[in-house]
Design a protein around this ligand. Structure first.
Ligand code: SF4
Ligand code: SF4
Length: 297
């Protein structure tokens, strides 16, 4: 049976998404479940720091892009007209391809009658595999200067597709761009982490809209509860989401994270909220959990 995939996402950065994702994954693994954590925040992955992961293997992930064989090109321009991504242009010598804009749709290959479109392989980043106790750990890291995170995130999600896992926790890129779509697509559940600020409410609305578009069920978690205007204290339910947990504002959490210590041990508020979150999630799984939620490991 396929693993239950829960994506921890946020409409903006800095809401505590990685805090929730790493605590959730660690707690689920501690209760004896077969759990994997995927760090899909590929532009700035830092789940390995929060979890203290031991990396055992790294591998390069590449994508394919169009390239022009000028020896075969007649400069007819047919390929340029079919590229919907502006990745081709025509100069007197023939067609030119801009690999950074190429989405590898291969429409130009179909349009070219001279077989002048060939493929090139471009490294986009690497995937690191590792462990944190019984928790499987996989992290995507985008190559410096590479703007396309989607192929890397898709490869990251494939790393656990054939595993005998109970739950896969995906730490999504923030926002609602293509990389967030790649992380959320086909997920069983999205946990949207937000904060009680006007920006938090605005971006939570965007993230919830993306989940609805992708038909991914979503629930909310409010971080730093107690801060901000009173009107935003119930921001999660204000936007129409079911609220699964609130993490009260506690400076001890940030201090523990900065010191590379387990924030759940530093803050009972956080530990209690993660317990509630885990219980909510376990109740949502297709099969009843074998082991009940315990305290902080
Ligand atoms: S369609 Fe083929 S032959 Fe024509 S410009 Fe493009 S690459 Fe060159
Ligand atoms: S493969 Fe698609 S996106 Fe890339 S250059 Fe050809 S038509 Fe454009």
């Amino acid at each position: 049976m396929a693993a239950f995939t829960v994506v921890v996402a946020s409409g903006k950065g800095g809401t505590g998404k990685t805090l929730v994702a790493t605590c959730l994954a660690r707690r689920l693994a501690a209760r004896g479940g077969r759990i994997a954590y995927l760090d899909a925040d590929v532009e700035a992955p830092n789940g390995h720091l929060a979890l203290g992961a031991t990396i055992t293997n790294t591998r390069t992930i590449s994508r394919s892009a169009a390239k022009i064989d000028l020896d075969s090109c007649s400069a007819c321009g047919d390929c340029v007209g079919v590229c919907a991504f502006g990745a081709l242009c025509l100069v007197p010598e023939g067609a030119m391809a801009f690999e950074e804009h190429c989405r590898d749709c291969r429409a130009c290959e179909l349009a070219c009658r001279r077989g002048a479109i060939i493929r090139q392989t471009i490294p986009v980043g690497e995937i690191a595999d590792g462990t944190v106790g019984d928790l499987r750990f996989h992290m995507g890291k985008l190559r410096l200067g590479e703007r396309r995170g989607v192929p890397l995130i898709e490869a990251l999600r494939r790393t656990v597709s054939d595993r005998d896992l109970e739950v896969v926790v995906v730490d999504s890129p923030p926002g609602t761009a293509c990389s967030a779509v790649a992380a959320l697509r086909d997920a069983d559940l999205a946990i949207l982490v937000t904060e009680p600020t006007p920006f938090g409410e605005h971006d939570l609305n965007l993230a919830y809209g993306l989940c609805r578009t992708l038909a991914v069920p979503a629930v909310g978690v409010l971080n730093r509860a107690g801060l901000g205007p009173r009107a935003l204290a119930k921001v999660v339910t204000r936007v129409g989401l079911e609220s699964w947990a609130e993490i009260p504002y506690d400076p001890a959490i940030a201090e523990a994270v900065a010191a590379n210590e387990d924030p759940e041990r530093a803050s009972t508020y956080l530990a209690d909220a993660i317990t509630i979150l885990c219980e909510q999630l376990l109740a949502r799984l297709p099969h009843a959990p074998a082991v009940a939620m315990g305290a902080v490991p």
